[in-house]
Each structure stands twice: as C-alpha cells, then as structure tokens.
Write a protein that binds this ligand. Sequence first.
Ligand SMILES: Nc1ncnc2c1ncn2[C@@H]1O[C@H](COP(=O)(O)OP(=O)(O)OP(=O)(O)O)[C@@H](O)[C@H]1O
Length: 644
Amino acid sequence: MSYELFLDDTEGNENEDDYPEQANKVIDLRFLSGGSRSIVNCCTDSWLHCQHTFELSRVRPLNDKEHKSNDHMVVQFPGSGQILCDGIPGGPSGGQKPKLFGYNVVFEPGASQDDVLQYSGIKRIIEMAIEGFSCTAFCYGQTGSGKTHTLTGPPDLFYGRKPDPSDSRHGLVFRAFLYLFQLLQERKDTNFILKASFLEIYNEKVIDLLNSGSARKPLAVRWSKKSRGFFVENLFTVDCEELDDLLAVLEEGMRNRSVGSHRMNDYSSRSHTILSVHITSEQQAENGVFISKQGKINFVDLAGSEMTKKTNSEGKTLEEANNINKSLMVLGYCIASLSDSKKRNGHIPYRDSKLTKLLADSLAGNGVTLMIACVSPAKSNISETLNTLRYAARAKKIRTKPIIVMDPREALILSLKREIKSLQLENDHLKSALNLHTEIFESNALDIQDRKVIPPAPQVDLEKMSELEVAEIIELVKLYVKENEALRSENTELFNTRDMILRDQEVVCRENERLLKKLEEVNFVCCRSPIIPARPAFSSEMLNMSTGSDLDSNIWTNPLNVSSDNVHKADVLDGRVSSNENRIPDTIQKELDRRRIGDSITSIANSLRRNNSWDNQPIITRKRTPKGSNDSKTSSPNLVDMIS
Ligand SMILES: Nc1ncnc2c1ncn2[C@@H]1O[C@H](COP(=O)(O)OP(=O)(O)OP(=O)(O)O)[C@@H](O)[C@H]1O
C-alpha cells in the first residue's frame, strides 16, 4: 500500500526539527502497558524534556451506532507515535492517498483511562506546575470524538451522587488530582496553597461554574497590565486544602456545565470549559530566605466542532454550534499563525474570541502545553478526522517559552550577583587605594597560597534559568553565596589592613609631635644660653610650608650640616624667619668659627636623630660636614638674627 507523509503547508517535513537528535530513540509503550495488542505508542522516551508544546492523539473505539451501521475503521497504527489515515474516497482521480501523521504519543482505541494518565506526560506536567510553571492540558476534536471522556470521564459519573473514586471511567483530571495530592504530601518541606476555579464559555459568554448564586451572570474578560495577560473579572476561586475540596470543584463544575443532546452525542458539551488549579508553594531556603513559586495547571475541554447537517442541530443547538464553530475557527487561525515561523511574530488574532483570549498564554506564552487531539476511527467521520489530525500536526510546531514564576529566588540570585559585583569593585578600589596589589598578591607568595581561592560562580543567562532543574538552581545559589562570603572576608581583610596602616600612621605622627616638642625644648635651652642662639620653634604645619619636596618637609635637617649643594634649601628653610638675611656677615661668622658652635649643634642634632624613626628613610641624604669647613660657616641666618 502506498501512502503519503503529511506535509505541513507552512514548513518543511514536520519531523525535521521537532525532535532533537538525542530524543530520536523510538520506544513502543505497548510492552509497558502489558498487553500484546498495540494500545499506546510514542515517538520517543524523552520528548517531554525537549519540547514545550506536546501533541498527542487519542482514537476512540467505534461506538454502537457505528457498529450497527457497518461503519469501519479508517485509521491504522504503524507504531512510533504515528497514525495512518485513509484518504477521502471519490473524486475523478479515485480518491486521496492515505496520510501519515506523527505525534508524541498515540493512544489507540484499546487504551484505558489509566494509560492516558501514565503515558500522556500529564504526570510530568503536574510536577512542572508544582515547580512553578504554567501548564495546560487541552482536548479538542470533532463532536463525539471522546474529549470529555478523556478529560473527565462520562458526565453521568457526576450526576446526582458522589462519584466512586475507584470507577475506572474517571478521566485525566480526577487522576491528575490524585497524583497532585500524592506529590504534595511527599514534599514535607514545602507549604502549598491551592486555589481552583472552573468556568465555561457558552455562546461567547464566560460563566462561573462554581458560583451558582450568580444565576449564570456572564463575567467580563479583561486585560491585566500587571500580568500582561487576560483574566476573568470576579471569577470565584475556591481554596482547596484537601483532595476532597479539589474533587468537589470538579464535581460542582461538571454538574453546572452546559450539556445538550444531538444525533452524534447524547451528552454533548455545548461550551468550552477551563478548570484552573493555582499552586503556590513556599519553601525555606538555606539562608533563611523564603522561595515562593506560583504554578498553574489548566484543564481545557473544548466543545466539539460539528457539521450542523450531520448533527441535525436547530434552534438553540444550532446557535450553540455556530458559536462553537466560530470560536474554534479563531483558535485554528491562532494555531496556524503560531505554527508558521513567518507569521508567529506578527499579529495573532487572540482578541477575536473569549476562548483564544483566555488560552493565549497557554498557546504561545510562558507555559507548557499538552494538546490531545481526539478522533473518531469511523469511515463516516473521515473528513473531520483528517482535519483534526492535520490541525494537531500543525499545533505541534508551536513554540512557547516556559518560565517559572518565582520572583524571590530570581531576586535572590540577581541581588547576590549585584552584591558580588559591588564587592569586587569595592575590593579593587581598596586594593588600589592601599597599593596592595603588588605587595599582597605578587611579593607575598605564601599569602597567596594561604588565601582561599574561590572560583567565581558560573554566569547564567536569566532567560535560560527556566531550563535549569531545581537542584541546579539551588546549587547555583549556593555557589553565589560561597563567592559572596569569600569576597566579604577578603573585603574585611582589606579593611583591617587599611585600619592597621592608619594606626601606624597615627603612631608615627605622635612620635613626630613628640620629637618636635623635644626640639622646642632644646631650642628653649639654647635660647637661655648667651652663646647658642635658639632655633625658632617650628611645628609640622610650618614644616609643610617648606618649598622642598613633601618628604623633605617632614624631616628636620640640621642647617649646619647642609652641604654646599643644599645651601639654598637650608637658607629657604631658615628663611621662614627672615629670607632676606641669608648672608652671614664675615665678622660674625669668624666669631662663630672661633667658638665652634657648629659642632655643638651638630652633636645635639645627631643625638636627636638617633631617636627619630623617620631618619631611617633611605631617601634622606646627609653629607657629613667636616669640622671647621667653610660650608658650616655659611648656614643659619637665624643664628645670625639671634646673635645680632
Ligand atoms: N476512548 C473511549 N473509550 C470508550 N468510549 C469512549 C471513548 N471516547 C469516547 N467514548 C464515548 O463516546 C461518547 C462521546 O464521547 P464524549 O462525550 O467524550 O465526546 P466529546 O468529544 O466530548 O463530544 P462533544 O464535543 O459533543 O462534547 C461517549 O459516550 C463516550 O463515553
């Protein structure tokens, strides 16, 4: 038999870019389901980790009516997530060729409700919702194809009595709730707050299914600037502390939803329903910070598209059918645009229906979406089946950007990053201020060895944060905290070094003051001597007024020891008293020589110098003045002053 592979109109071979290489392993889950019949088959074992929009298909068994009318199956299951559908017969060329469609998972007519729970990936979706992702599971397809059966089980499960939890007909929602509570109970370290809402879109009106008191008053759909998404105003949300609360929400909504009867389905859903569970988790991190995440899971049961001729709809049912078809058509446009790489960045007509407004985020926003295309295997429905399968293959190409809504954690990482940056800047500044770069990091090799070298935490693009596992994020936060601590201790060390140097400087200043005082005392003694003239008292401020270098200005130099090269400097120093009287009259100089004053003062200065720590500075150069040399005779105009 020859068949053609279904090619999408907008892009090339549908298998081309959908599965990354490592995910191409094909497994057949029929062995896992334990039967010899083909029941569930899927494309790859790791597909759920590689995509964000997942396309599944469920084919219901032929129903009694179809059996009675000798209708027959037009779909086959070659395995590996494929469905082979006969072409539409007739036409001048004798009919279309069979078409092959590929999905992530295909549930064959024999698949049970539990198979759908186990192999649809819904378990992983629930885990992701707990982790803070916004997730959606929705069923679509022709009327009577099994959407409600797949999601909730037959509606009569909920009519007039409390549903039996062990009933095998329970659908994906009921089973998912059991699994959700099982997971929540295992996570003892986290607090969870669950809130649920249930609405239907009936004839383009949003009705709250949990608030029966509102007498089916339509609610408004508004745009939220804050969350940048549409929301339903005044929608009732129920706190669900126990599993029973959540199951009660399901039962109440199922009882209140609009159901009608037509030729193709006795319990036909006449509206689209959205059951949402908001999961807020709060977990204490290591450093006392609370990490809170807001995940969500939507279960969407779309009303079935119908050919009104086939369903014999008239009056109210016809109006319902028109509205259903209209909103599904808008959904179709949105999916077609989103799956087309050329159109996905352009205008998407979400605003054209309430359904697409409320599904906008699930279709192409920041969520993870599971789409289950439900089809009938009967020859009588072949054109609708082909339509749904084509639609589904297209929807598989939609790309979303899932993110975890977890402000505090992100804020923590961001603030740690910022703090590290500012600490690094502060460190660099301190190092350069203290000029310790070379001293500490180059000359002292031992110190470097002793220093704890903390490798910098890896840089992570915030956009890619959502792709990280929780464990990886925790590890990343730990690395940032570690790097932060290392920088803090390095910073403290630098501050200590700076304080130590400031203290040393203070000690040196005090010593300087003490020496100056001593010098003044010496001068005082000299003043009282009739022969030795007193040196004018000078303070450190006066020294700083010196025209010499800064360093020189802090050193007291015996003017009588200044060499001839430095005569000018010495003159200027002494010139603080009188710069005009640099020259010593010859007669006085002779008298000074005679009395050998120069030597006396030199010895006083030498005794002082032994106590002066600054004299150890290598920059200071002194020329020893030979006894009675002429150089000594040229100095000290202040002496002259005093004598004269
Ligand atoms: N996989 C299945 N196995 C057994 N019975 C099924 C299966 N799928 C659907 N059915 C039966 O087919 C009938 C129609 O299913 P259902 O009401 O779920 O269709 P639907 O797609 O929700 O239709 P509508 O769009 O009109 O609401 C029901 O009686 C249901 O029990």
